[in-house]
Design a protein. Structure first.
Length: 363
């Protein structure tokens, strides 16, 4: 199973352009609302220098990076929560994701229409967030009604607890506040997790900018909004970066040097996606293949084994672990064993970012 980031925003803000940058693909890009009807899905490799350093030592036949799925979801409009602009379908697409990449237009261009005829990032964000809030509010109210109708239940206390949490969510949402700013404990979040609330999803804002001074004013306004809910903001000159990713390697390097562009922003977006999803990486290393695996922070060795194959977890015996830093330093498994830095752990070991793991199992 992949980890999914949904790319959302109003029509004509640069969502499909960003998707094409991330995937180097060719999803449709046009200057009218609802150009994207069915969501485009792209698998994007996570750039990680550690896998390249490991490859220099092992010289594997194959290298496989960790990845994130990015989903280009059609533009939302006012009334989406009531079905406007095929809104219910698009909101459902967002609900299926693990995190949200909210693209915000931070530039003026008379050749690119704005769906509400005014470029104002704070208003654009309010429109989208209001629709997400209304959608979650609707789910809260419908779920409470369903629970209240249930007369046959084994655990009345559990039902009452869920209703209590949902009422707390309703009170928060009615203040036009996202649920991620509500002080829910781990147990409460677990109880309502199956409802897949839109406003609970971790979010990053991508500011689509240009070189005009006004664009940087819009960017600062966006940062103020993001600070309120603890979200990340990443600026990107989308049209410029799309041209760059479509260049050949040498041409791209020459262009970046000429215009003093040190790093492409899309790499920061992928890394930020990894961060807001709260993921870490472990590696399996061999001559045939080096593979980077993405798992949630706090995963056990049993869960890591299952990530590779269900047989690994069913017949789990133990996990053999080498720290990445030790492998880079000593460059030999036998040397690491000799100095006592080779570890054996059971099912409940919490995997650390960068662990090199080998699983012993029997089915």
């Amino acid at each position: 199973m992949g980890f999914k980031c949904g790319i959302i925003g109003l029509p004509n803000v640069g969502k499909s352009t960003l998707f094409n940058i991330l995937t180097k693909g060719n999803s449709a890009v046009a200057n009218f609302p609802f150009c994207t009807i069915k969501p485009n899905i792209g698998i994007v490799a996570v750039d990680d220098l550690r896998i390249d350093n490991l490859a220099k030592i092992v010289s594997p036949k194959k290298i496989i990076h960790a990845f994130i799925e990015f989903i280009d979801i059609a533009g939302l409009v006012k009334g989406a929560s009531k079905g406007e602009g095929l809104g219910n379908q698009f909101l459902s697409n967002i609900r299926d994701t693990d995190a949200v990449v909210h693209v915000v237009r931070c530039f003026k261009n008379n050749n690119i229409t704005h769906v509400y005829n005014e470029v104002k990032p704070t208003s654009d964000i309010d429109i989208i967030n209001t629709e997400l809030i209304l959608s979650d509010l609707d789910i809260c109210e419908k779920t409470i009604l369903q629970l209240q109708k249930k007369t046959k239940t084994k655990n009345f206390e559990e039902k009452d607890q869920k209703i209590y949490i949902l009422k707390k969510c309703i009170n928060h949402l009615k203040q036009c506040l996202m649920l991620k700013t509500l002080n829910l404990n781990i147990e409460e979040e677990k109880i309502i997790s199956t409802l897949r609330f839109l406003t609970l999803k971790p979010t990053m804002y991508v500011a689509n900018i240009n070189d005009e001074k006004e664009s940087y004013f819009f960017l600062e306004e966006l940062k103020k909004v993001a600070d309120k809910d603890g979200s990340i903001v990443i600026p990107i000159h989308a049209n410029l970066e799309l041209d760059l990713v479509n260049m050949k390697s040498e041409e791209q390097k020459s262009f970046m040097k000429a215009f003093n562009i040190k790093k492409l922003s899309f790499n920061r977006i992928v890394s930020a996606g990894y961060k807001i999803l709260n993921l870490i990486t472990f590696f399996t290393v061999g001559v045939k293949e080096i593979h980077a695996w993405a798992i949630p922070k706090g995963s056990t060795s049993l869960q890591a084994a299952h990530k590779i194959h269900s047989d690994f977890s069913k017949g789990f015996i133990r996990a053999q672990i080498i720290k990445y830093s030790d492998f880079i330093k000593y460059k030999s498994e036998s040397k690491i064993k000799e100095i006592g830095k080779f570890r054996t752990e059971g099912k409940s070991y919490f995997v650390q970012d960068g662990d090199i793991m080998h699983f012993l199992f029997q089915v």
